[in-house]
Design a protein around this ligand. Structure first.
Ligand SMILES: NC(=O)C1=CN([C@@H]2O[C@H](COP(=O)(O)OP(=O)(O)OC[C@H]3O[C@@H](n4cnc5c(N)ncnc54)[C@H](OP(=O)(O)O)[C@@H]3O)[C@@H](O)[C@H]2O)C=CC1
Ligand SMILES: O=C1O[C@H](COP(=O)(O)O)[C@@H](O)[C@H](O)[C@H]1O
Length: 502
């Protein structure tokens, strides 16, 4: 019987969310559905507005029609309610503004004038090259009030220098506490639960170190290809798109010390220490600690899919990686010589993200060989789908006939325990901005520390002219990724992949 979820829809202040890039894929597919769902949950205060902005010449009612279509497409049918959708659409407005010219700014200012009460938020869902120009013009238009907030979508740059430049440009207009850099993985329920698992239980923390943990695996696997974002993706690749941000944030949450509280700076301070302790992967380590891959044509979920090179928007002969596997070390007392094996890729056999904590074997066995093979304990945190936490323990096989042991899981399934739907990451994060809580957003120093570490890998690949190794779509990446972990006498955890995880 699921435990009833009791979270009340906390009352939040009214807001004016100005969404630059309001006609783009991100706004229509993620942001509007998330705001609609929060409105449906009763969290959007009366008088709140969403002002979409882009260059397209649309009237507010054209935009509402676009939003209506997008919400109907991207929100589950049982969460659509005609009355609530109408109310939500009534909160939407649209202004045509060009971020790179004077066009439209006075109209936008007119929309926000006299609205001192609601929380003023600017969400920049545009190319990062527009972040600086948009902030400059917001300032010139007199729209940056002391309490205004700005939300920056990833990617924040494509290397350390460009990230610094963007941070400088935005920082010249907004103070750091006003800046919310999104990493949507931090908004996922199961990712936040890592804090609860580690620091709301006394069971694991004494064992959470190099004395008891043999290694950690983090897999973020996707079945999709580049989904019409070929132009962006080909300039990015898996290391920039997924590792520099999402996977490193997961490493931080697994690896960090207990923060002194959940207060915003405490958590971010601890994550920063992990990022700064990451052992640099130098050029000489590239061959043993990294694998780049690119998918060839194959089959995913029973359907044929083209090679990356044949996806729309991908130039012939592209050397961009769609898969990365890494062996990473955190150079500190807690994690000395404990490898963190990371892998992520597109067109893999399943959509599945999980963290595996592999404990060390027992120091001495009292069991005869006939009892069966003793396997070391393993904690598996399934982030998505089928969110769960499983602890593999050695257990006596019931029945007479001597002692036989085998591994069996203690299984905490989120769906069975809590029931209901889990809010999408954007729902949580968009409301945290309204709340003024930046804990689940990245601070400038975190982003830059992550780039500094990731950049060494990019430079190593460049210096060695490392071409991506081919893998067939629908497989777990190039064979070199298997070798990366097997060289150390370990294997990737792949035995509990749900067949329906597409
Ligand atoms: N789509 C996704 O799932 C994700 C996207 N991101 C990032 O978010 C950003 C936006 O992505 P996405 O929505 O996919 O991109 P799109 O290309 O779909 O949208 C870009 C938006 O920016 C607007 N725009 C472009 N130039 C200007 C300008 N000069 N002035 C004002 N508006 C402008 C476009 O409208 P118009 O042409 O009418 O001006 C459009 O609304 C990118 O940096 C992307 O990497 C991050 C995570 C996920
Ligand atoms: O940020 C990104 O994340 C998505 C994967 O997110 P998920 O929530 O579906 O796991 C990825 O497809 C995209 O390329 C990347 O930009």
């Amino acid at each position: 019987m699921p435990h009833p979820r009791t979270a009340p829809a906390a009352s939040l202040p009214a807001f004016d969310y100005t969404v630059f890039g309001g006609t783009g894929d991100l706004a229509l597919r993620k942001l509007l559905p998330a705001l609609y769902l929060r409105d449906r949950a009763g969290q959007v205060a009366a008088g709140s507005r969403i002002i979409a902005v882009s260059r397209s010449a649309l009237t507010p009612s054209d935009y509402r029609a676009k939003a209506d279509t997008a919400i109907r497409r991207h929100v589950a049918a049982d969460e659509l309610d005609e009355g609530l959708l109408d109310r939500f659409l009534g909160r939407l407005d649209y202004v045509s503004v060009d971020a790179t010219s004077d066009s439209g700014w006075s109209e936008l200012a007119g929309r926000l004038e006299g609205r001192d009460e609601p929380v003023r938020i600017f969400y920049l869902a545009t190319s990062p090259s527009l972040f600086g120009p948009i902030c400059d013009r917001l300032r010139s238009a007199g729209l940056v009030t002391p309490d205004a907030r700005v939300v920056l979508e990833k990617p924040i740059g494509r290397d350390l220098d460009s990230a610094r430049e963007i941070n400088e440009q935005v920082g010249a207009v907004f103070a750091e506490p006003q800046i919310y850099r999104i990493d949507h993985y931090l908004g996922k329920e199961t990712v936040q639960n890592l804090l609860a698992l580690r620091f709301a239980n006394s069971l694991f923390e004494p064992l959470w170190n190099a004395n008891h943990i043999d290694h950690v695996q983090i897999t973020v696997a996707e079945t999709v290809g580049v989904e019409g974002r070929g132009d962006y993706y080909d300039h990015s690749g898996a290391l920039r798109d997924m590792v520099q941000n999402h996977l490193l944030q997961l490493v931080c949450l697994v690896g960090m010390e207990c923060p002194i509280s959940l207060a915003q700076e405490s958590v971010r301070d601890e994550k920063l220490k992990v990022l700064r302790s990451l052992k640099p992967i130098e050029q000489d380590d590239i061959a043993t600690c990294t694998v780049r891959g690119q998918y060839r044509a194959g089959a995913v979920a029973g359907g044929a899919v083209p090679a990356y090179a044949d996806e729309p928007g991908i130039p012939a002969g592209s050397g961009t990686e769609t898969f990365v596997a890494l062996k990473v070390e955190i150079d500190n007392w807690r994690w000395a010589r404990v490898p963190f094996y990371l892998r992520t890729g597109k067109r893999l056999p399943a959509k599945m993200s999980e963290i595996v904590i592999q404990f060390r074997p027992i120091p001495h066995s009292i069991f005869p060989q006939t009892a069966g093979e003793l396997q070391a304990n393993r904690l598996i945190v399934r982030l998505q789908p089928d969110e769960s936490i499983r602890l593999h323990l050695m257990t006596k096989e019931p029945g007479p006939g001597g002692m036989r042991v085998r591994p069996a899981p203690l299984n905490l399934s989120f769906a069975e325990t809590f029931g209901g739907r889990f809010p999408d990451a954007y729902e949580r994060l968009l409301m945290d901005v309204v709340r003024g809580n930046p804990t689940l957003f990245m601070r400038r120093d975190e982003v830059e520390a992550a780039w500094q570490w990731a950049e060494a890998i990019l430079e190593g690949w460049k210096a060695r002219r490392e071409q991506p190794k081919p893998y067939i779509a629908g497989t777990w990446g190039p064979s070199q990724a298997i070798a990366l972990i097997e060289r150390d006498g370990r294997t990737w955890h792949e035995d509990e992949i749900p067949s329906a995880a597409f």
